[in-house]
Design a binder for this molecule. Sequence first.
Ligand SMILES: C[S@@+](CC[C@H](N)C(=O)[O-])C[C@H]1O[C@@H](n2cnc3c(N)ncnc32)[C@H](O)[C@@H]1O
Length: 309
Amino acid sequence: MTREGWDAMARWRDERMGEDGDLWHRALIDPTLLDVVGPVRGLRVLDLACGNGYLTRRWAREGAAVALGVDLSSRSLAHARRREAASRTGARFLRRDASRLSGIADRSFDLVVANMALLDIEDAAGAVREVARVLDAVGRFVFSVAHPCFDLDDRSAWIVERSRQGDGVFRDQIWRKVRLYRDERSVRVPWPISPSEVGYTRSYHRTLSTYSRILRDAGLAIARIEEPTPAPELVANSPQGPLIAEIPLHLVVEAVVRRPPSRRTRTDEARPQGSRTSARTARTSARRTVGGDRRGGSGSPRRGSTNGS
Ligand SMILES: C[S@@+](CC[C@H](N)C(=O)[O-])C[C@H]1O[C@@H](n2cnc3c(N)ncnc32)[C@H](O)[C@@H]1O
C-alpha cells in the first residue's frame, strides 16, 4: 500500500516527531540548528513549513514574542493545533504556501527558520523571497537541508570497505559515492511507514550554487554554515550514525538581511562638488552599516544573540 504527499503522512510523522523530534532531529539535525538559532526570548519567530509544529511550540515556550508556524499541509497543522490545544504555549499556526505568505506583513519577523523544509518546497526561490520580505532589517534566516553534496536521494550511497590495514587489523573505510550532482531534478522520496506501507513525498535537489544564488537574489547573505555531527544517541541507534560521524548528510545555514546603503550615504556619494575626503568617509560609513548588520550585532533590541554560539 502506498500513501502520497505530506497530508497522507501527517499522522505518522506527528507520532514520530512528537514534542522533541524523531531520532534524526533530536540526535543530529536539531542540536546544530538550535545552536545557530540561539536564544529566541523576545524575538518574533516564523517556523516556515513547520510540520507538526514541535519547534514552533518549543520557541513559544522559550519566550519568543511571536511563534508562528506555517505549512501547506492542513493535516500536519491539525496535529500542531491539537497539541497546542492540549498544552498551551502561545504558538499559532496558519496554512500558507511558503512561497506566498499572504497576510503576513513585510518586516514582521526577527527570525525565520525552515527545518528540513526548503528541499521539499517546489518554489524555493519564491519562498526565500518571501522570507526576505517578512524579515525585519536585521533579521536572520536559519535553515537546514539534506547536504547538497553528499545526500542526493537515490543518487548517493555509502560504500564501506573492510580491509586489513598496515598494522594487520581489519578496519572499515567509509566512502560516499555521488552521481549527477548538477542534475536538479525532483524525486519521489520513499518513507517506510510499516512493513506493508510506503509513503512518498516530493523532494528537490539543488546544488550549493543554487542555494547561494537564491539567497543572494533575495537580498540575503550567508553568515554561517554548519554540518551537523551525530550525537552518541544516533551513533548507537542508527546504522548510519557511525558513517555520518565521518561524512555529513546535512547542512545548517544562517543568512542575514543585506541592507542597501542608507539614502543619506548614497546622496552624499552622488554629490558632484563633494570633496574626496567626504566621499571616502561616506563609503566607510556605508561599509560599517552593512558589516554591523551581517554580524547581527547591536541594531535590534529583540535579538537574543548574534550567532547563537
Ligand atoms: C520534512 S517536513 C519538515 C517539517 C518540520 N519543519 C520538521 O522539521 O519537522 C517538510 C514540510 O514542508 C511542508 N511543505 C512542503 N511544501 C510546502 C510549501 N510550498 N509551503 C509550505 N509548506 C510546505 C510539508 O507539508 C512538510 O510539513
